[in-house]
Design a protein around this ligand. Structure first.
Ligand code: ARG
Length: 593
């Protein structure tokens, strides 16, 4: 019986991600479970974890013991007795209350790491089937300054997109630009007051706040202007030609500013990815009709509202999603309902990821609830709010200039680059090279600062920490790649050509190779949870393992040609893994530093 089951399970083991020791061990433990306790245990979670006493441990016996009503150590021994791991492990033994500890064979690690060098994908399997995934990110508002919060949703969203695309998914970037709303009444009137040329100049330079504030002051103090603005909103909503043209001017100039920022930061968004709020205008009436027809939306105090079950305010009253205000106007909620219907029904997405600030959590929970009620969002579609935590200044609150205004994004980018120039300035005489490196290091530091922290936790923005050459920073990772490149430069070798047998005699060599094998699981973890920081944490671990190796194991002056070649291969695997990983995070990698 046992062997029949094992035969049935064999084909599945071909899907083992070649270079992922945890997955290999998990598959072997599952086979042992099936052999020991029956086929129904073949997909139990073997709970493989890194171990302090070996390389990995399986904890499954502890939970299984309860189910089987047997002592955990006995269960562990039984699993161990059915394990077939001799090709992978040097030792697999029961320890403690019922752990199974695995010590991998060093030659197996060496073989897997050498295999990574031969695999262009570094062991990352191609997604099969590929999913269609909409990632909603960046999404600044035309009428407001793009702030550090938008920087973070932009940077994190772009990393998520890159990671999913690397896995082979069909990713649709959706920049849900805030380009619609009643605030455009006053913006257009103000534009007419100051003249198109002045407005254009201000907006494409990113002076949106100045522009908006000037309009706001007039609106609050000049009743005639306020009237004109309100009338302008009506003209905009009814499609008046000249009003639409002026609205376009506002939107286009802001887009130009965003594109400058995207390009400088190496964000993959282009105009083709714009799915702004106005794009959904034509669908809003039909969304309202459908929800009303289905009895999901009802008129309440003159407005059309949906009250998804389970959402109540502080007073216990049901919370509404407002679909149509009593004056007939539509808002943010309606647009998002139209967007989710469109993404599922028309784009046929299997997964929706909204990379948006934590303050909108309730909005998205309600949105998903209504979409579920409407039958748009089914169990075949995964919708998730990838929560972005707040970035605050060291003083707390928003990042401000000395005069108290919030800092413009492009100013922040400039400052990062300038500071990076100072950090590395003394190393290079050539001004062009120096500027290139400063740009890569400054922007890498800024972006990595957002990516190295769990995306849903807030952090304090701090240039000094971001730009430090040690610790979990962009420059530290970039520096590790530059060091490896310099080894190859000195050897007169091309790291892309390195290949060959690895001999892992030293602990630091073994540890580095084993760490590198964690690339594929790091990518899949980051993709599944839409959490790029998991990949960042892996890259930091790899760079740290490299630093230790580099301190203990001379490469070019290795004790023998075989050891030298092996160490060069190890360096090459590390370099390729680091540069690929950094590319997936959107961090530029300078050749030297
Ligand atoms: N423009 C919004 C803001 O700045 C973010 C939009 C997020 N995406 C969405 N589908 N609601 O707050």
């Amino acid at each position: 019986m046992g062997s029949v089951i094992i035969e049935l399970l064999r084909p599945a083991t071909k899907l083992e991600c070649m270079a992922d020791p945890q997955e290999v061990l998990a598959a072997r433990v599952r086979m042992a479970l099936a052999a020991a306790f029956g086929a129904e245990y073949a997909d139990a979670d073997p709970v493989i974890r890194p171990s302090a006493f070996a390389d990995y441990q399986a904890n499954v016996a502890l939970s299984l013991a309860k189910r089987l009503r047997r002592p955990p150590r006995e269960v562990a021994a039984e699993i161990a007795g059915h394990l077939d791991v001799a090709d992978v492990c040097e030792k697999a033994e029961v320890s403690g209350p019922g752990f199974i500890n695995f010590t991998l064979r060093t030659d197996w690690i060496a073989g897997q790491a050498a295999g990574m060098l031969e695999d262009r994908r570094l062991g990352v399997p191609v997604a099969d089937p590929a999913q269609k995934i909409v990632v909603d990110y960046s999404s600044p508002n035309v009428s407001k300054e793009m702030h550090v919060g938008h920087l973070r949703t932009t940077v994190v969203g772009d990393a998520i997109v890159r990671i999913l695309e690397y896995q082979g998914h069909d990713v649709i970037r959706a920049n849900h630009l805030g380009d619609w709303g009643t605030q455009f009444g006053l913006l257009i009137e103000h534009l007419m007051d100051v003249g198109e040329d002045t407005a254009r100049r201000q907006l494409s330079a990113g002076e949106i706040n100045t522009f908006y504030q000037a309009a706001r002051v007039k609106f609050d103090n000049d009743p005639a202007f306020a009237d004109r603005s309100r009338h302008r909103v009506v003209l905009l909503q009814t499609g008046d030609k000249e009003t639409l043209r002026l609205w376009r001017v506002l939107v286009d100039q802001s887009k130009e500013y965003y594109n400058t920022i995207y390009q400088r930061l190496g964000i993959t968004l282009t105009d083709d990815d714009l799915a702004p709020e106005s794009f959904y205008n034509a669908m809003l009436a039909s969304v309202c009709d459908e929800l009303q027809r289905e009895g999901i939306a009802v008129i309440s105090n003159g407005a059309l509202c949906a009250f998804p079950p389970g959402f109540t305010g502080r007073d216990g009253e049901p919370l509404p999603m407002i679909l149509r205000k009593s004056d007939g106007g539509y808002g943010y909620d309606t647009t998002d309902l139209a967007a989710i219907r469109y993404r599922i029904r028309d784009l046929k997405a299997n997964r929706l990821i909204y990379v948006v600030g934590a303050e909108q959590s309730l909005h998205f929970r309600m949105l998903f609830a209504v979409a579920r009620e409407a039958g748009w969002l089914t169990d075949d579609v995964r919708a998730e709010h990838a929560v972005i935590g707040l970035v605050s200044s060291p003083e707390g609150g928003r990042i401000r200039t000395r005069t108290g205004e919030s800092v413009k994004l492009i100013t922040l980018v400039g400052e990062a680059v300038e500071r990076a120039g100072r950090v590395i300035a003394d190393r290079y005489d050539d001004p062009v090279l120096r500027q290139q490196i400063a740009e890569a290091v400054g922007i890498g530091a800024l972006k990595y600062g957002d990516l190295s922290v769990a995306r849903d936790s807030g952090y304090v923005f701090d240039f000094d920490r971001m730009l430090a050459l040690t610790g979990n920073t962009g420059p530290y990772l970039q520096y590790a790649t530059a060091r490896i490149r310099s080894i190859f430069r000195r050897a007169g070798l091309d790291p892309d050509r390195a290949a060959g047998r690895m001999r892992l005699n030293e602990d630091a060599e073994r540890a580095l190779a084993l760490t590198a094998l964690g690339f594929a699981p790091a990518v899949s973890g980051a993709a599944d949870r839409a959490e790029p920081h998991l990949l960042a944490a892996f890259l930091f671990e790899l760079a740290s393992a490299f630093t230790t190796f580099y301190e203990l194991c001379p490469v070019l002056n290795a004790p023998s040609p075989e050891v030298r070649d092996s160490r060069l291969a190890l360096c090459a695997v590390t370099l390729r893994t680091l540069t690929t990983g950094l590319r997936l995070l959107g961090i530029p990698v300078p050749d030297r530093m």
